[in-house]
Design a protein around this ligand. Structure first.
Ligand code: FAD
Length: 532
């Protein structure tokens, strides 16, 4: 027998759970179907050694903190469902191989002071850039939590600005992050610091169209600040599930959807891998990667499907390791204080600017960056002791960019290269500490682009943000102009959510704008779910 719900939701990642929570809050009977054993997708936690809580994917949070789902407590995640955050002082810090440190703090002036160690002129430039980003933050942050305006209207808005910021932001949509960084900064260390950080958007910072990411990321740093979920990122997904259930919704795991049913030009339900069918009275809300739309919905028109299939993936993926350590790292250079208070720490040789630039090109060709490993760590146990059995132990998140497709063997070759790559990154990290060796390892989990691809259908080919963020695949053009408003042309009652939709990758709680569009189409008053 086919069961019926008002809204059937495909996927239990943070974006679909967010949208589902808003629909349940509006009184709709919601069913969420998740393929994995637990909901969360890229927002999950694992116990790598007994008592050590690691987040294998999203662990450093910024974007979602300015979303009214949290910032205005629209879903009551903190007050009713027990979600807690710990805040970092700095967003990202570079530890160079000579022990010197450069930190981007939440505070613009503190950041400029850190930059002044390397260049007084760059410190002044940062004050100017930082101030611009602070001014842009309300526009960019509000834009990330609401449906995107048509691209032409957005450009018109920038063009009509008379302060000069609009024109600069408009140029950044066509320029590269490298262009913006080199325009503002002259010192190699400052350039390295920001070039590496922008790479975290998974694009080559020299690709045209990445310039806007500099403004975006700095606006976030200086508005929201950096956070971690106390007890592990899984608790954010669990709070969203609790919210859905509190409002009468149902969440099923180990339930993989293989097809949508379309009848009379309308989405009417889903088919599960075991053949079970479930009907949707009002709508299907689906996390389906643009490349797979035709597979799930053969009825989709050919042009829409072809444009979606032509969407480009990111420049690189990542190999991430969760290492349970018997002791906290002590870093070279004696700068313990800020290194223990920065969400992200990047490790790199001082002065290797050309090497860094070439690495990003190499990923595109499937090359392993031998001799140029520059790891990143996030050690949430510095600020959240619930993640470790003893306070002097550490739950290390050790991460490094990687080609999604290896030159020799493509993505499938990753199982065979996993240990080698993981060991190279680990060896590189150890050099930046004075007390860490292999005997400190109590547990270790390594994941490659192939593991990411297997874990979530959103992480297509190991793209941790689903699709690329450059090449115009942002705002009202993400993933394509026809799909950017979360609806699918010619198929009523079908809505899309996922990292490949606006506002994009990272934990954004981007299901909020999808739900807004659904409220509008269903004639539900926005104030039932949103503070507007
Ligand atoms: C290694 C790594 C590190 C990251 N680090 C950070 C970070 O520090 N900070 C940050 O903000 N972000 C980070 N991210 C990105 C972040 O995890 C993602 O952008 C985010 O999780 C996307 O959420 P989503 O809900 O759109 O998709 P996903 O999290 O991918 O969830 C989609 C869910 O849908 C399910 N699903 C898909 N298709 C079906 C189907 N047909 N049937 C049933 N279920 C289905 C999947 O199993 C999955 O659970 C990282 C990602 C990775 C992989």
């Amino acid at each position: 027998m086919t069961s019926t719900f008002d809204i059937v939701v495909v996927g239990g990642g943070s974006n679909s759970l967010t949208a589902a929570a808003y629909m349940a809050k509006a009184g709709k009977r919601v069913l969420v179907l998740e393929k994995n054993r637990r909901c969360g997708g890229g927002v999950v936690s694992v116990e790598v050694a007994p008592g050590f809580i690691h987040d294998p994917h999203a662990t450093g949070l910024m974007t979602c903190m300015v979303n009214p789902a949290l910032a205005k407590n629209e879903l009551e995640l903190t007050t009713r469902f027990g979600l807690k955050f710990a805040q970092w002082e700095a967003a990202f810090t570079t530890l160079f191989d000579d022990g010197s440190v450069l930190a981007t703090h939440q505070d613009v002036d503190l950041t400029a002071q850190s930059i002044a160690q390397f260049s007084q002129k760059d410190a002044e430039s940062y004050r100017e850039l930082g101030r611009r980003c602070v001014k842009l933050a309300p526009l960019l942050n509000a834009g990330a939590a609401t449906p995107p305006m048509p691209f032409s209207r957005f450009m018109g808005l920038l063009d009509s600005d008379t302060t000069g910021i609009g024109a600069e932001l408009a140029s950044s949509l066509f320029n590269s992050a490298y262009d913006v960084i080199c325009r503002y900064f002259e010192s190699t260390e400052v350039r390295l610091h920001y070039l590496k950080w922008i790479g975290e958007a998974m694009e080559n910072p020299e690709s045209n169209g990445t310039g806007v990411l500099v403004y975006n990321l700095l606006a976030l740093v200086h508005s929201s600040g950096p956070f971690a979920v106390v007890g592990g990122s899984q608790k954010l997904s669990d709070a969203l599930v609790d919210c859905i259930e509190y409002h009468g919704g149902t969440v099923r795991t180990q339930a993989e959807v293989v097809k949508l049913t379309i009848s009379g030009g309308r989405a009417t339900g889903v088919v599960l891998a075991d053949g079970e069918t479930i009907a949707a009275k009002d709508a299907v809300l689906a996390c389906i990667h643009p490349w797979r739309l035709k597979q799930f919905i053969p009825e989709i028109d050919d042009r829409t499907a072809a444009d979606a299939r032509a969407v480009k993936l990111s420049n690189h993926g990542a190999v991430n390791q969760q290492i349970s350590l018997s002791r906290e790292p002590i870093f070279i250079g004696g700068n313990a204080s800020i290194l223990r208070n920065s969400m992200v720490v990047e490790y790199m040789p001082r002065g290797d600017f050309l090497g860094m630039r070439k690495i990003y090109d190499g990923y595109k060709y499937g090359e392993i960056p031998y001799g140029h490993f520059n790891p990143l760590t996030i050690i949430n146990s510095f600020i959240d002791k619930t993640r470790v059995p003893k306070p002097d132990q550490a739950a290390l998140y050790l991460y490094h960019f990687a080609p999604m497709h290896l030159a020799d063997g493509g993505i499938k070759a990753w199982d065979a290269r996993k240990q080698e790559y993981g060991d190279l990154v680990w060896a590189s990290f150890k050099k930046y500490t004075t007390n860490i060796d292999d005997s400190c390892i109590l547990g270790r989990l390594i994941e490659t682009p192939l593991d990411h691809h297997r874990h979530s259908a959103s992480m297509m080919q190991g793209d941790i943000f689903g699709i690329g963020t450059a090449g115009g695949q942002i705002l009202g053009r993400r993933p394509t102009p026809a799909l950017a408003n979360y609806r699918v042309p010619n198929i009523a009652g079908l809505y899309l959510t996922g990292p490949f939709m606006h506002p994009g990758g990272t934990v954004t709680l981007g299901g909020r704008p999808t739900a807004m569009v659904m409220y509008q189409d269903m004639g539900i008053e926005l104030k039932r779910g949103f503070e507007i």
